[in-house]
Ligand binder design. Structure first.
Ligand code: NAP
Length: 677
């Protein structure tokens, strides 16, 4: 039987030991062996730091995003192969899609975020320039640069594809190499994923490494520039967080641990309502997808006390329809747990849960299975429990990591919020209701204990991605027992891999460091900047326009043209009584329009389009007779990788005859990379 290879130092390595067997969750047959004996962990970390980090840091965010996108496309072409191996973990085809397609979708999402929300540069600018002196000659700005270490990514067994990819994506975009350590039970699937990634040839050398088997002394060699991202049980998280090297070097440690997620049925959702049915159907889905081996699955289902019996009956009927068995059979709705040990673990947890409640349905010891041997495979019936006293400890403390959930009664929003807190921090909660007031009360009550909350109703059920699906642009993580981390969450996940540094300097020097023009830095008036191509334009290139007097006819004409006849622009008497204006003023949008008329260079040229304005503020009222002038300065220049144009952000300052700013904003344009000859 093959022992899984690790991929370190740019080579596939067979471990020296014969390894421990990994078994097919359905048939019990050996699939592979796993061991990390003989793998040099310190050398792997060194290689990541010496080869992977520099190679990644040479690329801009956009270049990394483009590689991630093409890696996603490559993996998509090899999905069938991954589904087939995934079936050996006990997963149905839908479960496998959840894992495999979900992981590929994370790559696509980060690729798109990386291109849209990050600059085509190697440094990320965080927040505004802070003026630190009265005259503006001393300013501060936060910049984020990639850590020079390695992201050690320790994954749980239940998502062998999505888990590693959701950690790889933000690290890669940030410019930090990954060392992927899959959970042993399902490491054969992650190992194949890693082979595909390596074979794709898309990623720079050293940007990913794989360690199958135990981590050995890997953590002993961590330094202050490394990170650990962990997914697994709260107990392991606690142990690793306290590892001497993690503590000594203040290694960034992110944990996504287990969680007693809840779902709450609103008091408006009586039996017979669409919300009641939605709640039941969501509960059954969460119990059975991936055989309940989801960190986000509903473990505590809170129901208004009077409807507990009806809800239990409805859920029992739906669960009775679930066909358990060989996931290769299309009639099967729920496959096996990942291993026989896992089933034993769930049965142990069930003993504690049964002491606090009664069985509504499912037999922990027996299950009828289709097309498989119920003892050789790690099959378990979906098990729904009911605890009539919601105050008992077990449902709030014991996570049975399988198709197991407990129904609990509640009597008020305050009580259910207090019970939610008994989970000591969860990844996700959901509220099924059509009552917006109840939704607000419960969401605000339980939010401090949750990383994500879904409010489900008939108005969004058709489009909702559901309780159990973490989404790459949104936070995935939770406080307390859930680990206190945020694995994803869009750009938050990327910045987690970077150091934020406050840089203090003069505006000119700061601009040179960040590659942008900073207010207060010198500007240059060369050719009109709209006549310059992206290749010619530099931050600080500007035009100071001639002036234009705003007349009463301009204002009345604009009011007539647009229909904006607000009294401050049309009624002298009423406008005089306005405490801010004291007379007729020009429309803000008239000022913006006149400004465009002042700074435009009308003939065809490199500027292709104006695609928006940002940060628009009207600062001083413009009155008839005021003279407007505009200073337009190229602030940030971002060439696109995949087009012959790029974006230019222009600092725009409209001033009056006294030199006061009347409006400030950023104009956003698309500009051709080259001039047309
Ligand atoms: P686990 O036993 O804690 O193992 C998690 C990972 O840690 C595995 O890769 C494991 O490797 C590794 N590990 C264990 N002991 C270690 C040590 N001393 N040093 C370094 N690494 C060590 O958890 P699991 O059984 O795989 O996963 C199930 C749990 O994960 C559930 O409780 C579930 O709620 C949680 N989970 C959470 C999320 C989330 O996003 N929050 C997602 C999925 C699962 P080996 O397999 O080689 O021992």
């Amino acid at each position: 039987m093959t022992v899984l290879r690790s991929y370190t130092g740019g080579q596939w390595r067979t471990p020296s030991g014969e390894g421990a067997p990994l078994r097919d969750a359905v048939t019990g047959e050996e699939v592979a062996r796993v061991s990390s004996e003989g793998i040099d962990m310190a050398a792997a970390l060194d290689y990541g730091r010496a080869v992977g980090g520099p190679a990644l840091r040479e690329l801009t965010f956009h270049q990394r995003a483009a590689l991630l996108k093409s890696l996603g496309s490559y993996l998509r072409e090899h999905r069938e192969e991954l589904y087939a191996l995934s079936a050996r973990t006990g997963a149905t085809r839908d479960d496998s899609k959840f894992d495999v397609d979900g992981g590929i979708a994370v790559l696509a999402s980060y690729a798109s975020k990386g291109r849209r929300a990050l600059p085509n540069d190697t440094v990320y600018i965080d927040g505004d320039v802070e003026q630190l002196s009265r005259s503006g000659g001393f300013v501060g700005q936060h910049i984020c640069t990639p850590l020079h270490g390695v992201a050690v990514q320790i994954n749980a067994f239940n998502f062998p594809v999505w888990g590693p990819l959701e950690k790889l994506a933000p690290a890669f975009i940030a410019g930090v190499p990954s060392v992927i350590k899959p959970a042993s039970q399902t490491a054969y699937l992650t190992a194949r994923l890693a082979e595909l990634i390596v074979d794709s040839g898309q990623l720079p050398p050293g940007s990913i490494q794989l360690i199958c088997g135990g981590v050995g002394d890997l953590l002993d060699h961590l330094t202050e520039q490394d990170l650990v991202s962990f997914t697994g049980s709260a107990a392991t998280a606690q142990r690793l967080r306290a590892h001497p090297a993690v503590v000594a070097h203040a290694v960034r440690f992110n944990a996504e641990a287990d969680s007693l997620n809840l779902s709450i049925l609103g008091p408006d959702a009586a039996p017979g309502t669409a919300e009641f049915d939605l709640f039941v159907s969501q509960l059954v889905t969460e119990m059975t997808v991936k055989a309940g081996q989801k960190c986000t699955a509903i473990r505590r289902a809170f129901v208004p006390a009077g409807w507990l019996g009806e809800l239990a009956a409805a859920a029992r009927d739906r669960l009775a329809e679930v066909v358990v068995g060989n996931p290769a059979n299309p009639a099967v709705r729920m496959g096996a747990l990942a291993s026989l040990q896992q089933r034993e673990e769930v049965r142990r947890s069930l003993q504690a849960l049964l002491a606090a409640g009664k069985l509504v349905c499912g037999d922990p010891q027996r299950v009828e299975v289709l097309d498989a041997d119920s003892e050789r495979g790690a099959f378990l019936a979906p098990i729904l429990l009911q605890a009539d006293d919601p105050g008992g400890a077990a449902p709030h403390e014991v996570e049975a990591f399988g198709p197991v959930s407990t129904l609990l009664p509640y009597t008020s929003a305050q009580q259910v919020a207090a019970l939610a807190a008994r989970g000591r921090g969860s990844l996700v909660g959901s509220v099924v209701t059509a009552d917006a007031d109840f939704a607000r009360e419960v969401v605000l009550g339980v939010a401090p204990w949750h990383g994500r909350l879904l409010v489900l109703g008939t108005d969004n059920a058709g489009e909702s991605t559901g309780h159990g699906s973490p989404l790459p642009p949104l936070v995935h993580g939770g406080p307390g027992r859930a680990g206190g981390g945020e694995e994803m969450g869009g750009i938050r996940g990327v910045l987690h891999h970077m150091q934020r540094t406050a840089v203090q300097a003069s505006p000119e020097t700061l601009g040179a460091i960040t590659g942008r023009w900073v207010p207060g830095a010198p500007r240059r008036e060369r050719e009109h900047p709209f006549r310059m191509s992206l290749a010619e334009l530099r931050p600080g290139d500007c035009v100071v326009t001639g002036s234009r007097t705003v007349t009463p006819t301009d204002i009345s004409g604009f009011a007539e043209l647009t229909g904006d006849t607000f009294y401050a622009h049309t009624d002298e008497e009423a406008a005089s009584a306005n405490p801010l204006f004291g007379g007729i003023v020009a429309h803000g949008y008239l000022v913006v329009s006149l400004a465009a008329g002042l700074f435009v260079a009308p003939e065809p040229g490199p500027v292709l389009a104006n695609y928006g304005l940002e940060n628009l503020r009207f600062l001083t009222p413009v009155k008839p007779g005021d003279e407007l002038t505009v200073t337009l300065t190229a602030k940030q220049i971002t060439p696109r990788l995949d087009a012959d144009y790029g974006e230019v952000r222009w600092d725009t300052d409209v001033t009056n005859q006294r030199g006061e700013s009347v409006a400030k904003y950023d104009v956003l344009t698309l500009v051709a990379k080259e001039r047309k000859r």
